[in-house]
Design a protein. Structure first.
Length: 270
């Protein structure tokens, strides 16, 4: 009986520690694109914070600032409840990067109220939310592009509006996209690849989130609705790379299993 109690306590302790680690220890995923001998730009992607700004290994702003990024790209779902917005904006305002970009997710249009009631934002509420993000010196992209330059290289950051509600549009012609040395596209949901990018649209890096990597993974496989989506990087052809980020926060269940929160870092040789 004593042995059974000891084993039970050990198993419970292991599960609790593993749950906390999987939920609150941020992993950094690093990728090298292009020629590493050339001038590098560093791009950091944040997604699906759902109101969470602090983890075991530090605050969001501190972790990002240590990376010294050239661009920080935020792909939606920064809050679940309206009361979380203030601390999220405070965290974003502390990020030391001159180029911050944001695309909206489904939780920028739907708010959780009470225990489980979801309500669609009014247009006025949505506009106020977007304005508050813009006031943090963050450029909001919604079916629009932002041209940038780095060491005489032309870079385009193009952001799609929420790709769950059919709002996404590609407003630039293929010829315009081809005029840039490097094209980064942002969308919240990976379904963008089916709806707007199914043709041979030229881009170098497509960054999405939304799936949380399933949030629960067993034997390296996603369990649930997003089991048919890959996790991490997929090289579609010689040029195009498609990344699905696990995100940082949680929804529905307040924990992760074998699917730790993630900050993705891309070093791109120009």
């Amino acid at each position: 009986m004593t042995i059974l109690i000891i084993v039970t306590i050990f198993l419970i302790t292991f599960v609790v520690i593993y749950l906390v680690y999987s939920t609150l220890w941020v992993q950094f995923s690093h990728f090298q694109l292009g020629n590493s001998d050339n001038q590098q730009i560093k791009v950091v992607q944040l997604t699906d914070l759902h109101g969470r700004t602090h983890f075991i290994n530090g605050s969001i702003s501190r972790m990002v600032n240590r990376l010294k990024p050239d661009y920080v790209l935020i792909t939606g779902d920064v809050i679940t409840r309206r009361g979380q917005l203030r601390k999220i904006l405070k965290a974003f305002s502390r990020i030391d990067c001159p180029n911050l970009f944001f695309v909206p997710g489904n939780h920028e249009r739907v708010v959780l109220e009470g225990v489980a009631r979801r309500r669609r934002y009014t247009e006025q509420e949505y506009g106020e939310l977007i304005s508050s993000i813009q006031n943090c010196n963050i450029t909001v992209l919604a079916n629009s592009g932002f041209p940038s330059t780095k060491d005489e290289k032309k870079i385009l950051i193009y952001g799609f509006d929420n790709s769950l509600y059919g709002n996404e549009r590609l407003t630039l012609r293929t010829e315009e996209l081809q005029s840039y040395d490097f094209v980064i596209m942002l969308a919240h949901s990976p379904s963008i690849i089916k709806s707007s990018l199914k043709n041979q649209i030229p881009f170098d890096l497509l960054l999405t989130g939304h799936t949380h990597g399933g949030q629960i993974r067993i034997l390296g496989r996603t369990i649930g609705a997003y089991r048919n989506y890959h996790v991490g990087m997929l090289q579609m052809d010689k040029r195009r790379h498609f990344y699905i980020n696990r995100g940082l926060g949680t929804v529905r269940l307040p924990f992760r299993w074998a699917c730790p929160p993630e900050i993705a870092v891309f070093e791109i040789g120009m």
